[in-house]
Design a protein around this ligand. Structure first.
Ligand SMILES: *Cc1c(COP(=O)(O)O)cnc(C)c1O
Length: 387
């Protein structure tokens, strides 16, 4: 029976045990047993689809992956301990020494460090493009380029890139398109529809949505996932069954949570847009967003992250954080709790002003991960903090 997103998130389920449980139990087991020598031989040679050892697969991680595969419209997937494990293992599995990546400059901080500090150890190099100048991408592609990589919306500046354009470039040059879809979630955006070969997520963020566990997942083409699976079952970045069990239950409420996150975020963005202490606001579904039309084309709603610039630079940004009473000052995002950060004085303080500007981080930029508290209370807190 063909079903919709919300139904897939709830009804994709591991086979029931002999106890006929309704909700999938937690399978805390490192290994699995075999009936006899033949069963063991057939399982190890993959003639039989059977769990062998939880570094390879486990009923809980399989259920979590199957849900994300269904929600993203992918063929297969593999679950990781963290989002960074998903990103590192995806590159580790697919790239050889001498290969080249073309990536958006504004990517998650640790991903950037992976590109600049660690992948060069294996002679894998990266060229960067400005997400607001997609016309410059093609000139960066060389015969060694294997992967085109981007996030949309970006962190923390909430820029949007046209996924359909990236899909057509990847196809034209016969390279893989890999998209970090963490900020959008599979509910708001499905990059595979626009030509992505692989989609990866930090499940730590909106997928869990409650700030409890770390996790990551890569889904996409079955032949690529096979390589990623073989790499990962031998190098060990697997998701724990407990985290998979938590995350699989979280996915059942993803659609309803993200709907409210987006409704609250739009109201927060509209409030900030009209505030005299605010220079500008960036939210994908505000008409003033430079890529509003692209956002509307590829996203169902605008997401839960709002970026804005408080008038008065670094000091005003710090002051705003110090005035916050209800919201949290924290590094996470996508939680039920609203989280406020000031990148120039915290996460990106080590960069020079001009390096920050290359990824659209101005001194007064504040990022809000809008949570699920009553939106009037969130707005009241922001209002008193801006005074
Ligand atoms: C948090 C995050 C990651 C890394 O995920 P972890 O689970 O913290 O390892 C990667 N990409 C984006 C966009 C993120 O927000």
């Amino acid at each position: 029976m063909s079903t919709h997103f919300e139904t897939q998130a709830i009804r994709t389920q591991t086979e029931r045990s002999q106890f006929s449980e309704h909700s999938t139990p937690l399978y805390l087991t490192s290994s699995f047993v075999f009936d006899d020598a033949e069963d063991m031989r057939a399982s190890f040679s993959e003639e039989k689809e059977k769990n062998l050892y939880s570094r390879f697969s486990n009923p809980n991680t399989t259920e979590f992956v199957d849900k994300v595969v269904a929600m993203e419209g992918a063929e297969a997937g593999y679950a990781f301990a963290t989002g960074m494990a998903a990103i590192f293992s995806t590159f580790g599995a697919l790239l050889e020494a001498g290969d080249h990546i073309v990536s958006a400059r504004s990517v998650f901080g640790s991903t950037h460090t992976l590109f600049t500090k660690y992948l060069p150890k294996w002679n894998i190099t990266t060229s960067y493009f400005d997400i607001n100048k997609p016309e410059t991408i093609e000139a960066l592609i060389t015969p060694n380029t294997k992967i085109l990589y981007a996030e949309s919306p970006t962190n923390p500046a909430i820029d949007i890139i046209d996924l359909e354009l990236l899909g057509s470039l990847a196809k034209k040059h016969n390279i893989l398109l890999v998209i970090d879809n963490c900020f959008a979630t599979p509910y708001l955006q499905n990059p595979i529809k626009f030509g992505a070969d692989l989609v990866l997520h930090s499940a730590t963020k909106l997928m869990d949505g409650q700030g409890r566990v770390l996790g990551g997942v890569t889904v996409g083409r079955a032949d690529l996932i096979r390589e990623i699976y073989l790499f990962s079952r031998n190098t060990g970045p697997a998701m724990s069954p407990f985290n998979a069990w938590v995350l699989s239950k979280s996915l059942e409420t993803l659609a309803i949570r993200v709907d409210r996150h987006c409704e609250n975020a739009l109201k927060v963005a509209e409030f900030l847009d009209n505030h005299k202490q605010v220079n500008w606001v960036k939210y994908p579904f505000l008409k003033s967003h430079p890529q509003y039309e692209v956002a509307k084309k590829q996203m169902k709603l605008g997401g839960n992250i709002v970026a804005f610039e408080v008038n008065g630079g670094i000091e005003a940004g710090r002051q705003f954080l110090n005035n916050i009473k209800l919201c949290s000052l924290s590094a996470n995002l996508g939680d039920t709790r609203t989280i406020v950060t000031h990148p120039a004085s915290t996460t990106h303080s080590k960069l020079t002003v001009s390096d920050r500007l290359e990824v659209s981080i101005t001194d007064g930029l504040v990022r809000i991960s809008v949570g699920l508290e009553n939106v009037d209370d969130i707005i009241s807190d922001l209002k008193q903090a801006l005074k």
